[in-house]
Structures are given as structure tokens and as C-alpha cells.
Design a protein around this ligand. Structure first.
Ligand SMILES: NC(=O)c1ccc[n+]([C@@H]2O[C@H](COP(=O)([O-])OP(=O)(O)OC[C@H]3O[C@@H](n4cnc5c(N)ncnc54)[C@H](O)[C@@H]3O)[C@@H](O)[C@H]2O)c1
Ligand SMILES: [Zn+2]
Length: 362
């Protein structure tokens, strides 16, 4: 591991083997809290070390069930009432909320911290790889409204993100595999040498994901620092692979990272078809995505699945939030193996490309 701690403008990212003590966590805050509240994924209680950690030290704990339901806006007031009882009377400046879990727990906890008493201190302890490399960074918090994802939210940066290797020990292989899709995205976005360093590496397990985690996270912060509140547009580069990935995720109910991986392959082929990306670079990147990251080839993926129709893809892409107008969508193209740019395209051209690549039947 290159470094143990990276300090970004708003957030300190700390890499550790084990879950740190509350004292170590609160030391990063710059004040001494009266209430430490840990909102955690109850599945993690089963890990012996976490079970023990939850039961000791001076903190309050609130268990939640991970998943999209946790992010349901309608359930939110109920959680707030229970947490208010738990916390009792205390000044907001003296509260710190720690979110221990995957992306759903992080989105929920981040949103809670951003609105509770108009904002209290926040620390993330991600427990999935997706959360560790992506959702715990960048300050986006979110709740869902009537099953439509991330319709209510805020930008709220945590003071610290603690990334602890031992927590990931129980992650199933399929989840490790799918989060490699997000790592691949970051390698393609990063510029510099990141892509050439990883292009011959097989991303098959936790150790290799752990090894490249600081660089992956660093790539995200480089983009975030240019556009933390998604105002000038640079932050949209992080949507590489998502414009096509999201419709696949909703239609086939596949894990997010896997859908992003398939979306990356789609972007690479479209970039070459447009003439933005050379044939040679297309081959290098596609080989990396299929062979080293393990993203399925389209025909394998579609073998036992129904292809999308034009009408269905139109509906799905229209529901996604990257629309710039009723007929246009933002898309991130590749110009080189590690250089990307964004462009507004018509939805019609997007669907035509999906048909050309064999994803869509008419
Ligand atoms: N805020 C952002 O910037 C951002 C970015 C990307 C994704 N997201 C959000 O993140 C969510 C997806 O994240 P996720 O996949 O981490 O979801 P999740 O929190 O639902 O976790 C996935 C599953 O892994 C389990 N789990 C968690 N830690 C584990 C561990 N250590 N060992 C074994 N199992 C464990 C959970 O109980 C759950 O069943 C989505 O809601 C998405 O919208 C947010
Ligand atoms: Zn993503």
C-alpha cells in the first residue's frame, strides 16, 4: 500500500487493517464529541471483531438493514424519531455520526447527518468494496422516492473515511468481482500511468483490489476537486459507463459494478465507432475489461437473457438523471485508454448505437 492516509480538502482517507477505536476515529474530527452514534448494517454484527467493537466503547449504536428500502424517503421520519430518542438532548456541534456499511448505509447515514439538526459531523466506514472505492467519497447522499433512486439528497462531505481491510473479509466473490467494474472505470478516467500500471493485472480477489484502492480513490478525488458540487461538469466524467450501465442494471437486475463494466465496453466501442478512439486502443481497453476485469462479453451475457427493445431502452434512459433535455443525454467517450471527454448526444443516436452493438432488438 502506497500510503496509510491521504488528506483531501474536506476529507481524510485512512487505510487500516482493522477497525480503529472510537478514540482514533474521533481524533480526526478536531473536536471532542459528546455523542458518537454508529449507524451500521446489522449483517456486520456476525463478524466477530465488529460485534465486539459495537459492544464496547463510549458510543450509541443504531442497526439498519442494508438495501434500497433503507433509502426509502417514507421510512426516513421513523428512523429519525428512533435516533432522536437514542441521542437525547445534546448540541449539534457535539454529535458525530459514523456510517458503517455499504453504499446504502452510507447514502442513508450521509443524508441523515446532513439534515439532522441542520447538519452534524460525519465519518464513513465502508464495508463493501463499492462503498470503499466509490460511494463513501464525494459527498453525495441520497434517498429514493417511490422506488425511483436517489431523488432526494444533498452534498455533504464526511470528515473522514476509514477503510479497513478486515471488514471486507466476508464479502462474497461475486461482489468483489462486480466492484472491479468501478475500479476499471477509475483507471480509464485517471489519466497518468494508472491504466498502464493495471492493464496486465488480473482483478480476481480482494488482495489485488486492496492494492490498487488508494490509486482508485485518488483518481476520484482528482475529479471531485475540480467540481465538488457537480456545477462545472467535470464531475460528470465519473459517469463513464453509467449511461448505458444504469438501464442494464434496472432491466436485468444485475449488480451495479457489473452493469458499469458492460457499460464501459459499450462506451469503448462507441468511441471507436465515432472515430474518437483508435482501433489499437479499443483492443487494449476491451481486452483489459473482458480478460483482466472479467466483464462478460455481450453474447455471453445475453445467452440466457432477453435483449432490450428500443422502446424499453428509451424509457430506461429517459428515467435516468443524465438527461439534458427530452431528447438528449450526456455521454462520456474515450479518446485514449486513459483520456475521456463528455459530449451531449441525442437519445436516438444512443439507441441506434445499442442496436448496432447487438444489445437491442427493434
Ligand atoms: N453516494 C454515492 O456517490 C454513490 C455512488 C455509487 C453508489 N451509491 C449507492 O450505493 C448503493 C450500493 O452500494 P452497495 O452495493 O455497497 O450496497 P449495500 O449497502 O446494499 O451492500 C450490498 C450488500 O452487501 C452486504 N454487505 C455489506 N458489507 C458486507 C461485508 N463486509 N461482508 C458481506 N456482506 C456485506 C449488505 O448487507 C448488502 O446485502 C446504491 O444505493 C447506490 O445508489 C452511492
Ligand atoms: Zn457507479
Amino acid at each position: 500500500m502506497a500510503s496509510e492516509e491521504i488528506v483531501y480538502e474536506k476529507t481524510k482517507v485512512v487505510f487500516q487493517k482493522k477497525l480503529p477505536t472510537i478514540k482514533k476515529i474521533t481524533e480526526t474530527l478536531g473536536f471532542s464529541p459528546d455523542r458518537v452514534l454508529v449507524i451500521y448494517d446489522r449483517k456486520l454484527e456476525k463478524q466477530e471483531a465488529i460485534g465486539k467493537w459495537l459492544g464496547t466503547g463510549n458510543k450509541l449504536t443504531y442497526a439498519v438493514t442494508a438495501g434500497e428500502k433503507l433509502k426509502d424517503l417514507e421510512a426516513f421520519p421513523g428512523h429519525v424519531k428512533k435516533i432522536m430518542k437514542l441521542i437525547g438532548p445534546v448540541s449539534p456541534q457535539k454529535i458525530v455520526v459514523i456510517g458503517l456499511g455499504g453504499g446504502t448505509v452510507g447514502d442513508f447515514t450521509g443524508f441523515f447527518a446532513s439534515v439532522f439538526k441542520r447538519g452534524v459531523s460525519l465519518v464513513h466506514v465502508p464495508s463493501t468494496l463499492l462503498a470503499a472505492i466509490d460511494s463513501a467519497h464525494g459527498g453525495k447522499t441520497a434517498l429514493n422516492v417511490a422506488s425511483i433512486k436517489n431523488q432526494v439528497g444533498s452534498f455533504y462531505f464526511g470528515s473522514a473515511v476509514f477503510i479497513c481491510k478486515d471488514i471486507f473479509a466476508t464479502i462474497p466473490q461475486q461482489q468483489i468481482h462486480s466492484s472491479a467494474g468501478e475500479l476499471a472505470k477509475m483507471a480509464l478516467l485517471a489519466g497518468g500511468d494508472f491504466f498502464s500500471e493495471v492493464k496486465d493485472t488480473y482483478f480476481t480477489g480482494l488482495d489485488v483490489m486492496w492494492k490498487y484502492m488508494p490509486q482508485t480513490i485518488d483518481s476520484k478525488y482528482k475529479i471531485l476537486q475540480q467540481d465538488p458540487y457537480e456545477k462545472s461538469g467535470e464531475r460528470q466524467l465519473l459517469n463513464l459507463g453509467h449511461t448505458f450501465g444504469h438501464p442494464l442494471e434496472s432491466y436485468y437486475g444485475i449488480p451495479h459494478g457489473m452493469a458499469v463494466g458492460l457499460g464501459l465496453v459499450f462506451s469503448v466501442h462507441w468511441s471507436h465507432h465515432h472515430g474518437y478512439l483508435s482501433f489499437k486502443d479499443q483492443e487494449v481497453v476491451v481486452d483489459f475489461l473482458h480478460d483482466k476485469i472479467g466483464i462478460q462479453k455481450r453474447h455471453q451475457f445475453l445467452k440466457n437473457r432477453k435483449a432490450l427493445t428500443r422502446a424499453k431502452l428509451l424509457k430506461l434512459v429517459s428515467e435516468d438523471k443524465k438527461m439534458t433535455s427530452p431528447n438528449h443525454v450526456n455521454f462520456v467517450f474515450l479518446e485514449k485508454a486513459s483520456k475521456v471527454f463528455r459530449k451531449t448526444v441525442t437519445i436516438d443516436s444512443f439507441i441506434t448505437e445499442a442496436a448496432r452493438q447487438g444489445w437491442v432488438t427493434s
